[in-house]
Design a protein around this ligand. Structure first.
Ligand code: NAD
Ligand code: IPM
Ligand code: MN
Length: 353
């Protein structure tokens, strides 16, 4: 089969990790007799530099005409002093909104090979850690009304509508049905009206999924529970801001933020696939970035958008094998393993495919 993939390398380490990941995908194409047609498009800082716009319309059009989108990372210190709507990050938010990507799936899985890289004690992590953060991605405080009263005050409104909560809650329960049938709703319903509204709709949706156990945590407690007892979680459903924060925290349990992939899904099969980390300006251009989050994001793309399950499994197995053979980038390095760069990590994954 022939698939059209829009590729947005972006800024910082983006081009390095995406370059390695499309090579892995090329190997899949060869092995399974597919063709992936890549169209590279601009967004973020590089788009600001090229055409003074973090999200050119052409980029949106090409993404919409593709089967899926692969994104590296956007942003960096060079563009940090631009006004909010002109920053690289505005390009990312614009992409999510204009492509209708409301469901952000961020699986945090600790590979047994990386147990030593996890900062938690072995008795806390046990034999297995596998949770899924389902983050609402096109609403909440990220997209509410914002404003500023000169140098006196500024505000961002956190607002959720009923349809927005209904669909993300359904996504979470549907995913839980295929997993361990447990959903933890994370909100701040003891303080925020928007959270009380959100929670009531989650409870309403839960009635359609009687097999799924539902519990609720306030976000402050959830942040703590992730460290003290992460094994209690199967699916976490939460809003845009809380999901952003908790998924970075969950990523560290897997050894590094450089390990965590994500799928940002619209209704149906269309999605954008990206690591959860950023452009890592501190290590950009040094062949130090861990490409695994992006490589596994490609596996999510094959699984969720293209229905290529065997191919997705093959990538995940190759990553596991590479880790089992002891290859590590700096962020997951522990004594006795072999330190490699971004490019070599990609090559090692390919030779295990
Ligand atoms: P970051 O995720 O870029 O980096 C945080 C820390 O994690 C850094 O020390 C970095 O070196 C390390 N790190 C991140 N990815 C890594 C990898 N693959 N391998 C090894 N180490 C890795 O977060 P930040 O520093 O807060 O943000 C930098 C820029 O990225 C900002 O402009 C921010 O807005 C942007 N950002 C973009 C995205 C995205 O495009 N999806 C996500 C987060 C942050
Ligand atoms: C992420 C990032 C983005 C977010 C930023 C860069 C807009 O942190 O993808 O997690 O907050 O969603
Ligand atoms: Mn984030």
């Amino acid at each position: 089969m022939n698939y059209k993939i829009a590729v947005i390398p972006g800024d910082g380490i983006g081009p390095e990790i995406v370059g390695v990941s499309t090579k892995v995908l090329d190997k899949i194409a060869e092995k399974f007799d597919h063709t992936f047609d890549y169209t590279e498009v601009l967004a973020g800082g590089v788009a600001i530099d090229a055409c003074d716009n973090p999200l050119p319309q052409e980029t949106v059009d090409i993404c919409l005409a593709s089967d899926a989108v692969l994104l590296g990372a956007l942003g960096g210190p060079k563009w940090d002093n631009l006004p909010g709507d002109k920053r690289p990050e505005a390009g990312l938010l614009g992409l999510r909104k204009s492509l209708g990507l409301y469901a952000n799936l961020r699986p945090a899985i600790l590979y047994q090979e990386l147990k030593d890289a996890c900062p938690l004690k072995p008795e806390i992590i046990g034999d297995e850690l596998d949770m899924m953060v389902v983050r609402e991605l096109t609403g909440g405080i990220y997209f509410g009304e914002k404003g500023r009263d000169g140098d006196f005050a500024a505000w961002d409104i956190m607002k959720y509508s009923r349809p927005e909560v209904l669909r993300i809650a359904r996504t979470a329960f549907t995913i839980a049905m295929k997993r361990n049938k447990k959903v933890t709703n994370v909100d701040k319903a003891n303080v925020l009206e928007v959270s009380r509204f959100w929670r009531s709709i989650v409870i309403e949706v839960s009635k359609d999924f009687p097999e799924v156990e539902l519990n609720h945590l306030y976000v402050d407690n959830a942040a703590m529970q992730l460290v003290i007892n992460p094994k209690q979680f199967d699916v976490i459903v939460t809003g845009n801001l809380f999901g952003d924060i908790l998924s970075d925290e969950a990523s560290m349990i897997t050894g590094s933020i450089g390990m965590l992939p994500s799928a940002s899904m619209a209704d149906g099969k269309f999605g954008m696939f990206e690591p959860i980390h950023g452009s890592a300006p501190d290590i950009a251009g040094q062949d130090k970035a861990n490409p695994i989050a992006t490589i596994v994001s490609v596996a999510m793309m094959l699984r969720y958008s293209l229905d290529l399950i065997e191919e997705a499994d093959a990538i995940e197995a190759a990553v596991k094998k590479t880790l089992a053979r002891g290859y590590r980038t700096g962020d997951i390095y522990t004594e006795g393993t072999t330190l490699v760069g971004t490019i070599e990590m990609g090559q090692r994954v390919m030779e295990n495919l």
